[in-house]
Design a protein around this ligand. Sequence first.
Ligand code: AMP
Ligand code: ZN
Length: 114
Amino acid sequence: MIDCLCCKILKGEIPAAIIYEDERMIAFKDINPQAPLHALIVPKRHIASLNDLVPEDDALVGEMIRRAAAIAGQHGYADRGFRTVFNTNAEAGQTVFHIHLHLLAGRGLSWPPG
Ligand code: AMP
Ligand code: ZN
């Protein structure tokens, strides 16, 4: 997908601090971290938003969530806690239209979110 930040990172056209990669997804550090650990878990296939998911994506999204938990655990946050967020469209603040699961950890995170 031309002009998609995540696709450009996946193709190596934009550098990123990649912390995980397999056949289906990568995870990299957010460039503007909102917590001591702020990573984005990104599928290799371009999917613009959660509105575009199909039933065949169920396993992929489940793996993304399990990967977020694993990364949180590797950084020592399994027990302390962490937050996982998908933003979808304007009112939720989605700015990158290739789905990405935010993983935030390392500080107290208030609820409700802003
Ligand atoms: P969202 O607003 O949910 O679409 O999240 C997009 C996220 O991508 C934001 O948290 C940005 O800080 C992050 N971001 C934007 N550009 C880059 C980049 N080049 N490398 C890593 N993260 C980025
Ligand atoms: Zn993309």
